[in-house]
Design a protein around this ligand. Structure first.
Ligand SMILES: *[C@@H]1O[C@H](CO)[C@@H](O)[C@H](O)[C@H]1NC(C)=O
Ligand SMILES: *[C@@H]1O[C@H](CO)[C@@H](O)[C@H](O)[C@H]1NC(C)=O
Ligand SMILES: *[C@@H]1O[C@H](CO)[C@@H](O)[C@H](O)[C@H]1NC(C)=O
Ligand SMILES: *[C@@H]1O[C@H](CO)[C@@H](O)[C@H](O)[C@H]1NC(C)=O
Ligand SMILES: *[C@@H]1O[C@H](CO)[C@@H](O)[C@H](O)[C@H]1NC(C)=O
Ligand SMILES: *[C@@H]1O[C@H](CO)[C@@H](O)[C@H](O)[C@H]1NC(C)=O
Ligand SMILES: *[C@@H]1O[C@H](CO)[C@@H](O)[C@H](O)[C@H]1NC(C)=O
Ligand SMILES: *[C@@H]1O[C@H](CO)[C@@H](O)[C@H](O)[C@H]1NC(C)=O
Ligand SMILES: *[C@@H]1O[C@H](CO)[C@@H](O)[C@H](O)[C@H]1NC(C)=O
Length: 316
């Protein structure tokens, strides 16, 4: 992509990029949480006890499980289900409301169904293609579905807009794992206003900055600081997309893993074709059950902020 072009389109793009870089680099790392969600600020303080951590993260972690299993949200303590999208194929999502505070609403998106022989897995893979690497050839089965079925960002934005219209005084927080985390981050950014940033609390999000640039999205000044993800230091979906990562993280440092060392050394940074080493690393560190295991069986994660120096390298 040439930044030196003199045609109108290039200049307009350069202008959008400049605004974007400015709004990005001036982003603070603290999020102004609306009062129903003031407990989320504790996640950044770094002094939680394990039981406080579980109390705050539990609802997000458990509703994310339910998006994968189409499980009963009665397992999510303190919340009731408002709506669910669970078609045979297409975007899956669950909307919850806190029993004691109707202003607290969580919208959870499902990640990729990895069964590529099912229509559900196929449509999810077409959605992944469209968000993460649309310049590559799509899987051939995508021609069996219309684009509006697998344009999950648009469908997720519609769901969030609908919930916002139905509960205008409520404060939304989005969540999800993997593709679902990407949708959580992107919808949070898109629905943020300077007065009311929409926070996300998600798990294992691939870098979203590539999508935002391609769509010429300009985030409001502090909306990026409200994107929080739990990640595993060896998760290839996070690690291989780090140039496009943003927001803050709570990280489980899982040390070295040979499969990941080889994967990270030999991979071009792309999730489209995983080598066998990367597939093994992915299975050990990206799959949601690993996150549940870390969260409910392990010590506390460590708070951190993505290095904005390294991931704003975008003319290369
Ligand atoms: C943790 O830190 C926050 C802000 O730094 C403070 O408000 C809170 O009281 C602390 N909590 C504990 C349990 O020390
Ligand atoms: C989430 O699930 C865990 C493990 O099943 C359970 O111990 C915890 O109470 C649940 N928390 C919430 C808030 O639902
Ligand atoms: C998911 O569960 C709901 C009821 O809770 C049901 O209506 C729907 O058909 C289920 N979807 C799938 C794909 O199993
Ligand atoms: C994958 O989907 C196919 C087609 O729906 C189904 O027959 C198969 O049992 C599924 N495999 C797994 C592991 O769930
Ligand atoms: C796209 O496909 C879905 C599911 O097959 C169908 O419900 C919908 O009407 C289609 N939309 C268009 C515009 O063809
Ligand atoms: C939100 O998404 C729409 C549709 O893609 C786009 O036109 C708009 O620029 C986005 N706004 C922000 C703030 O991301
Ligand atoms: C990062 O985003 C750029 C587009 O801005 C894209 O070309 C690149 O492939 C992305 N890289 C990764 C590793 O996601
Ligand atoms: C926690 O660890 C135990 C023993 O290794 C395992 O059986 C259990 O499934 C784990 N819990 C979660 C939530 O992963
Ligand atoms: C960010 O990365 C750059 C390049 O690797 C490094 O020079 C800089 O010290 C890092 N900044 C922080 C805050 O870690």
């Amino acid at each position: 992509m040439g930044l030196c072009g003199t045609d109108a389109a290039s200049w307009r793009l350069a202008a959008v990029m400049l605004v974007w870089v400015l709004s990005y680099s001036s982003a603070s790392t603290s999020c102004r949480y609306a009062s129903p969600w003031s407990d989320l600020a504790q996640l950044r303080a770094g002094n939680l006890t394990v039981s406080e951590w579980h109390a705050i993260i539990g609802a997000f972690a458990n509703v994310t499980t339910d998006t994968y299993t189409n499980g009963s949200t009665s397992n999510v303590g303190g919340y009731r289900e408002l709506t669910r999208l669970a078609p045979d194929f297409g975007l899956h999502a669950i909307v919850l409301q806190a029993e004691t505070d109707p202003q607290r609403i969580i919208i959870a998106f499902r990640g990729t169904d990895l069964n590529e022989s099912s229509p559900s897995g196929q449509v999810d893979n077409c959605a992944d293609w469209l968000i993460w690497h649309p310049w590559l050839q799509p899987p051939s089965y995508c021609q069996n579905f219309n684009r509006s079925t697998y344009d999950y960002v648009t469908n997720a934005l519609h769901l969030v807009a609908k919930v916002q219209a139905q509960y205008p005084s409520a404060s939304l927080v989005t969540t999800g794992h993997s593709l679902g985390a990407g949708l959580a981050f992107l919808t949070a950014i898109n629905h943020s206003t300077p007065e009311a940033p929409v926070p996300a609390v998600a798990f294992a999000c691939p870098g979203i900055l590539g999508y935002m640039r391609r769509q010429h999205w300009v985030p409001t000044s502090d909306s990026l600081a409200c994107l929080l993800q739990v990640d595993d230091s060896q998760d290839p979906a996070v690690h291989l997309t780090q140039v496009n990562q943003t927001g803050v993280f709570l990280r489980y440092d899982t040390g070295h893993d040979l499969s990941c060392d080889v994967c990270f050394k030999n991979s071009t940074p792309s999730l489209s074709h995983l080598s066998p080493w990367c597939a093994l690393c992915f299975d050990r560190h990206h799959i949601y059950r690993n996150y549940l295991n870390k969260i409910f069986n392990s010590t506390l994660p460590t708070f951190g902020v993505w290095n904005t120096t390294t991931n704003t390298a975008w003319s290369s």
